[in-house]
Design a protein around this ligand. Structure first.
Ligand code: APR
Length: 235
């Protein structure tokens, strides 16, 4: 494999084959729940227990799901890219922690994580596996002001300075399992096009910005991603 500086963006579709709901497919999370009520600061202010119940249910799913071959293939690609003298940055919109469990290292979780919670009083962040409620005291300051460590609609995604830094250096951009409907993540392929670098979409079906990609392979991520990585690495 030649030295490549790779940036990968992943969305819910990469975890679909692990049994994690996507958002906008026919039985997705935003079909079964109103995102304005469970994924906005306003929804949390209006009814915090409803929001806690939504994330408690998604957090409770995690012990029953495992990384699939797509997550594993991206961890392998990272190791091969670094071994070849290149670099690898994994920008994920997912909050299911499956990339870390598959062995990926350089992960930028721009929408937060289901396995963490934060205190709105002291801003401390905690690893968390149990249920959360308005009555849960902060382990650090004792305030009853805990919230899921999730970036909601209308809030600023995290680590975007590092994302932009990696995109400035990249010579290959790969998008996996995202509908390309939420910014600023959905804008990354446009940034890659401005830089004139190859842009690959690996997805079940064409995303909203499929026309911006230079290479497209459609199918289930657990099949398409390992095949693409084998071609790229020459395994
Ligand atoms: N393999 C590959 N792709 C798949 C699979 C699969 N098995 N199943 C579904 N997909 C694709 C769908 O075709 C769709 O393009 O994954 C994409 C999922 O899109 P969304 O449900 O919109 O999820 P995502 O793009 O991650 O949403 C982005 O929206 O609500 C916010 O914060 C939330 O991070 C999320 C963001």
């Amino acid at each position: 494999m030649r030295p490549l500086r790779i940036v990968v963006l992943t969305g819910a579709g990469i975890s679909a084959d692990s049994g994690v709901d996507t958002f906008r497919d026919q039985n997705g999370a935003w079909v079964k729940n109103n995102p304005m009520k469970v994924a906005t600061p306003e929804g949390f202010a209006e009814d915090p227990e409803r929001v806690h119940a939504f994330y408690n249910a998604r957090r409770a799913q995690l012990p029953g799901v495992d990384p699939n071959p797509a997550h594993v293939a991206l961890a392998e690609l990272e190791r091969e890219a670094v071994k070849a003298g290149g670099s690898f940055t994994l920008v994920t919109q997912n909050v299911d922690n499956l990339h870390a469990r598959a062995g990926s290292k350089n992960i930028l979780p721009i929408h937060g994580s289901l396995t963490k919670v934060s205190c709105q009083a002291c801003q401390e962040v905690f690893d968390w596996e149990k249920n959360l409620s308005v009555k849960t005291p902060c382990p650090s300051c004792g305030a009853r002001a805990m919230r899921p460590y999730i970036v909601w609609f209308g809030e600023i995604p995290r680590h975007f300075d590092k994302v932009e830094e990696a995109m400035m250096e990249a010579d290959l951009f790969i998008s996996v399992g995202t509908s390309g409907s939420v910014y600023p993540a959905a804008g990354l392929v446009g940034f890659a096009r401005e830089r004139g670098i190859p842009r690959v979409e690996l997805n079940l079906e064409p995303s909203d910005n499929a026309y911006l990609f230079t290479d497209k392979r459609y199918g289930r991520a657990s099949e398409v991603v390992p095949a693409y990585v084998r071609d790229l690495v020459g395994l």
